[in-house]
Design a protein around this ligand. Structure first.
Ligand code: VGL
Ligand code: ZN
Length: 202
């Protein structure tokens, strides 16, 4: 059992990121049993849930003439356009049906503002608007984080880098993550995480 200062953060293990989902990550479901097993090792478990309104600005369908995986310039910087996914209340936004959700003490929803995406569990994509997770963890005296989930090169990566910048000791268990790997995004993500001081396991 890890110490009370160490939390497991499970990023976006939702049906839409698993095979058959709207933004399926290859083998995204292969990590679920291992994540469930890890939960028993932590006194604090947090889940995040990508949670977009219909017509969200990160959807290619919201930008006439644009296709999924194109990149556009938003007021807060470049934004990859995605297929419609994780629509609030939809089946695809639900957690994978085998994910253990009972051990979670906190569920953080993100990406709910129509005009801005939120990859990170800590800040929206302007890198300024907080989700509230930092306050939750600080007030619970948590200083160490182990991150697992989907997708390694997007939401896990952004969460890990932000967590490290906020002063947490962050490790990512890559065996319990899967990546989208768009145009070298996985290698860039690994380099960025190392640069930020994140420990990569697996
Ligand atoms: C994610 C793309 C769009 C993720 C979420 O969870 O990594 N990726 N929304
Ligand atoms: Zn999303």
């Amino acid at each position: 059992m890890r110490g009370s200062e160490h939390a497991l953060i499970v990023i976006d293990v939702q049906k839409d990121f698993c095979p058959g989902g709207a933004l399926a990550v290859q083998d995204g479901d292969a990590i679920v049993a291992g994540i469930n097993a890890q939960m028993a090792e932590f006194q604090t478990v947090v889940l995040t849930q990508d949670w977009h309104p219909v017509g969200h600005s990160s959807f290619a369908s919201s930008h006439p003439g644009k296709a999924p995986y194109e990149v556009i310039e938003m007021p807060y910087g470049p934004q990859v356009l995605w297929p419609d996914h994780c629509i609030q209340g939809s089946d695809g936004a639900a957690f994978h049906s085998s994910l253990a959700t009972d051990p979670a003490q906190m569920i953080v929803r993100k990406g709910f503002r129509p005009e801005i995406d939120s990859y990170s569990a800590f800040f929206e994509n302007d890198h300024q608007t907080p989700t509230g997770l930092d306050g939750y963890l600080r007030t619970r005296s948590i200083t160490k984080l182990t991150l697992v989930g989907l997708a390694l090169d997007f939401c896990v990566n952004f969460s890990a880098v932000d967590g490290a910048h906020l002063g947490y000791k962050v490790e990512v268990d890559q065996t319990l993550c899967r990546a989208i790997d768009l145009d070298g995004s996985l290698e860039m993500a690994r380099a960025g995480m190392k640069e930020a001081g994140v420990t990569l396991h697996g």
